[in-house]
Each structure stands twice: as structure tokens, then as C-alpha cells.
Design a protein around this ligand. Structure first.
Ligand SMILES: [Zn+2]
Length: 257
């Protein structure tokens, strides 16, 4: 194996390495293709999930975890952004079909632990995994939103949930060559619903994105920095990598005490 080949990344490894392998955990990174304020690339969520999953998997692999990272699914649920040019929507029913096909392969081949590393707020895999869990009782299915793994306030000054200070900082660390200069950044101002309770977590309705934000961002990115992005990336990948190790090691027939 040449040092450039990361054996825990399926797209990079080979049949020679895998033909007699016994993988414990398969991880599926899932992103979206959508506008991220004026200044971040449409592939922001995909870059984030690819880099985060690869580094977390490296952390876990170095501790002996037996895991494989599947290729990133690049389209997410963008039903609320139908009028935003080239935001590519993938319906939840399509996601269900994709997950069903992938889990069917894993189940047949005896890889019985599966984790989705989700990068996009519009993706919601819980209900899909509930239904698939009933269909595949031997599979341990789980999903993680990496963007909820850390206390964001400990890293960033301004709150937000789309193309915000966190995402801008991460991209400054991971893909600085793809970010527009700072004078092009929108302020990510968010309009609130006139019915106040929609700002609380117990009442929900999909937000028509272009009624809520002018620049497609939610959260002011102006205090973003490469240093903040690097620190957050290091900490979040370490945390996720350690969870990969724990999931690999756990006995799925005996998970509770
Ligand atoms: Zn994003």
C-alpha cells in the first residue's frame, strides 16, 4: 500500500486490501449542494463532511478501529430552497431508496454497524433509520450531525446555522482558495416569523429560505478566521474519531448498563 492510499477510505483503497477484510463499521458522509451566503462554495457541506469524516476516521484507524468511509452523497433535502438557483433538492423518499440499497449490501456482507455523518441541516435521517432498522434487525444504524457535536459558543462569537461564522471558519481552514474576499460576504441576517412560537423548538414549519434571508446565509460570518476553523476542526474530528472507536468496539447485543 503506498502512503497516499488511506486504507479506511473506500474510494482510495482496493480489492487486494479488502478481499479478506472484516469491516466493523461503515460510515456514509452526506452533504448538500446549495448556495452558502455569497462567498462560500455550493459544495461547502460536502467539503466539510469529506474532510471531517476522513480526519475522524484517521484518528479511529490509528487506534485500531476497523472502519470504512463510503463516498459522500452530494445532494441533500433542499425543499425550502426551490427558488434558489441550482440548489439541487434530493427528496427524503430518494434518500430512503439510497439508504435502503446501501444498507442491503452491508447487511448481506456482514457489516452490521452503519453511521451517517450528516453535514446539512435539511437532512433528517432519524425517521428513515427507524424504518430501515425494522427491516434490517441485524443492523446497528445511527446518524450524527457533526455540527451539533461541539459547543459552538466556545469557538465562535456569532451564532448561526447556515454559511455562518463556523462554516466560514471551517472553509477558511479547509478550502481557502474557494472563498470570495471578505468585502463580498453578506451579513447573514435572518428574518423571524411573525408568529413568535415558530422561533421555539416545539413548533415547526419549513422556512421558505428566500423569505428569511437575502444572501442565503443565516448567521453573520464576519468574525470568522482560519485559526478558529483549525481549532474547531481538530476538536470535532478528535471527538468524532473517538466515538467511531467506541462504536467499533461495542457489542451491539449488549449496549446498555
Ligand atoms: Zn452548510
Amino acid at each position: 500500500m503506498t502512503p497516499q492510499i488511506r486504507p479506511y477510505i473506500l474510494a482510495e483503497t482496493n480489492w487486494k486490501h479488502l478481499k479478506d477484510a472484516h469491516i466493523e463499521l461503515a460510515i456514509l458522509p452526506w452533504g448538500a449542494t446549495e448556495a452558502h451566503n455569497y462567498h462560500l462554495p455550493y459544495g461547502t457541506d460536502n467539503f466539510e463532511s469529506q474532510y471531517i469524516v476522513a480526519e475522524a476516521a484517521r484518528v479511529a484507524y490509528n487506534q485500531g478501529a476497523n472502519l470504512i468511509v463510503l463516498p459522500t452523497i452530494p445532494f441533500g433535502v433542499n425543499t425550502g430552497q426551490s427558488d434558489i438557483y441550482l440548489d439541487i433538492n434530493m427528496n427524503p423518499s430518494t434518500q430512503m431508496a439510497i439508504l435502503g440499497d446501501i444498507i442491503e449490501v452491508l447487511n448481506r456482507q456482514g457489516i452490521h454497524k452503519f453511521l451517517i455523518l450528516n453535514s446539512h441541516g435539511g437532512n433528517d435521517f432519524k425517521t428513515l433509520l427507524r424504518e430501515l432498522g425494522l427491516k434490517y434487525p441485524n443492523m446497528f444504524l445511527c446518524t450524527s450531525n457533526w455540527f451539533q457535536a461541539m459547543d459552538k459558543e466556545a469557538y465562535f462569537d456569532n451564532k448561526g446555522d447556515h454559511a455562518d461564522e463556523m462554516e466560514t471558519s471551517l472553509l477558511m481552514h479547509l478550502k481557502p482558495e474557494l472563498i470570495l474576499p471578505k468585502e463580498e460576504w453578506g451579513d447573514g441576517a435572518e428574518k423571524k416569523h411573525k408568529v413568535k412560537a415558530f422561533s421555539e423548538s416545539w413548533l415547526w414549519s419549513e422556512r421558505p429560505w428566500s423569505s428569511v434571508t437575502k444572501d442565503t446565509g443565516i448567521g453573520n460570518p464576519k468574525k470568522a478566521s482560519t485559526e478558529k476553523g483549525a481549532q474547531f476542526f481538530k476538536d470535532v474530528t478528535e471527538k468524532i474519531g473517538n466515538v467511531f472507536v467506541e462504536i467499533c468496539a461495542m457489542d451491539k447485543e449488549d449496549m446498555y448498563h
